[in-house]
Ligand binder design. Structure first.
Ligand SMILES: [Zn+2]
Length: 462
């Protein structure tokens, strides 16, 4: 299998050379650099380079990180069909051919006219960023991407604890070679099957090319929720249930909220991702246009308390948004895992009450018929209105022995209980005037092990 990094560079001189400099005040502002493509071209190869290059990891500063993308002759407008792809700072060269392309770029016709290189100076260091882009027409490169990660079968997982009837478990956030991961979509899907997951949200950055490579899943594999991670310079958001790219070039709250609303209105489920330090964080003051917050990204101790605070703040303002979780898995092939990423699918796992179909799972996520736990093995945490008595809630915990249950409202802690049985349940009275109740399980170290979505007042007192 190709590791996805081998890149044949043409030995002939490039047909176009573009160059320039970004100063500090260009940081986080995209530029569109035009170049002309003549008639009859069937393959385009792009290579770029820049000075003082550093990794895109938000922990690293002092140099330059330059992102790249490509628009064809159909133009650079929002939602343009001419968007051929965006590879962040992951790939220093790529090929687009009529018949194939380097992931995540889109293969297809190379139309004559004005094309644009999209350049995003994510970080600009003190000495500025001198950049150069070289473009070849018809260099005759053969695909290094013929191996598409076809996987034959997978190991069945050890038996997992059963959820309640009608519940499914999945992971909502992962990356492949179609952005900054190291595996093919089919490898990711089979790894999700080995983890025992029923569904997988597929969220490469700013592209949808991975969706075709995943296929629909099901039939013995997890169901694929087709999505993407819209990656802007002020924060990331996920959309599932969409097959198009969404605007990412304007890192301003108003533009971001407008795009999120448009995605939601198109039928997608929209979530704010990892609003915590080094997530990278969420810098926009946005209080609507999304359904959910990725309160739990990777293992809990990785600063997810900050995301929980962000979500709690929204709930206390009366913003009705659901918590969900995603592992943000990038690497299946042993590269050192940066500490801010999980190294296994299902860390954490989001559980939904839904039928085994994409629309039903999306609806459960949208409505918060869900909870999040530390792994596909649980613990499981079910929070419901008490059917027997109004003004009370019912909690069921499975596989949570040793944890502490906290029942929380907009006014703070309502109740705490130690879980002393693998099958544990209880009901609790809710103080009058409470606007919502939610629940979480904590370890003795104070880490969250499971997190249930809120019940709002009208369902408690109905
Ligand atoms: Zn992200």
């Amino acid at each position: 299998m190709t590791d996805g990094r081998e890149r044949p560079t043409p030995s002939t001189p490039p047909d176009r050379v573009l160059s320039g400099t970004f100063a500090k005040d260009h940081e986080r502002r995209y530029a569109h650099v035009p170049f002309d493509v003549p008639d009859g071209v069937r393959q385009l190869h792009v290579r770029y380079g820049y000075t003082d290059r550093i990794d895109s990891d938000p922990l690293i500063t002092g140099g330059n990180t330059l992102d790249i993308g490509l628009f064809d002759e159909r133009g650079i407008a929002e939602a343009s069909p001419g968007f051929r792809g965006w590879s962040g700072s992951e790939k220093m060269e790529f090929t687009i051919d009529e018949g194939w392309a380097t992931p995540p770029y889109r293969a297809g016709q190379i139309g004559a006219g004005t094309w644009h290189i999209l350049l995003g100076p994510y970080k600009v260091g003190p000495r500025g960023c001198d950049w150069k882009v070289e473009i070849w027409f018809d260099p005759g490169i053969r695909s290094a991407w013929r191996m598409s990660g076809a996987v034959v079968g997978h190991r069945e997982p050890d038996p997992l604890p059963e959820p309640r009837a009608g519940w499914l478990r999945g992971d909502l956030h992962c990356h492949t070679l179609y952005s900054d991961g190291d595996a093919w979509p089919q490898e990711m899907l089979h790894t999700a099957a080995e983890a025992g997951l029923d569904f997988l949200g597929v969220t490469d950055h700013n592209n949808v090319g991975h969706q075709l490579a995943y296929g629909p899943g099901g039939d013995g594999l997890p169901i694929v929720l087709p999505g993407l991670e819209v990656t802007t310079y002020g924060g990331h958001w996920n959309a599932w249930g969409t097959d198009r790219w969404w605007e990412f070039r304007e890192p301003e709250a108003r533009a971001v909220e407008r795009t999120m609303r448009a995605a939601a209105e198109s039928g997608a489920v929209v979530s704010i991702n990892h609003p915590k330090p080094f997530g990278p964080p969420w810098e926009y003051a946005v209080f609507g246009g999304f359904h959910a917050v990725e309160v739990w990204n990777g293992p809990w101790p990785q600063l997810n308390t900050a995301s929980l605070d962000h979500w709690d703040g929204l709930l206390r303002r009366g913003v009705r948004c659901a918590a969900l979780g995603g592992s943000d898995t990038h690497y299946l092939h042993g590269r050192d895992v940066p500490p801010r990423h999980a190294d296994s699918l299902g860390t954490p796992t989001t559980w939904v009450r839904a039928e085994a179909s994409v629309p039903s799972i999306l609806e459960a996520l949208r409505e918060g018929r869900s909870f999040v736990s530390e792994s596909p093995r649980g613990p499981q945490l079910y929070l419901d209105p008490d059917r027997a008595r109004t003004g009370r809630v019912a909690v069921e915990v499975r596989d949570g022995t040793g944890a502490t249950l906290r029942l929380l409202g907009d006014g703070g802690v309502i109740a705490s209980s130690s879980i002393d049985d693998p099958r544990w349940d209880a009901t609790f009275e809710v103080p009058g005037g409470t606007r919502y109740v939610r629940a979480q399980l904590e370890s003795s170290a104070g880490d969250v092990r499971a997190l249930a979505n809120p019940i709002w007042a009208e369902r408690i007192w109905s």
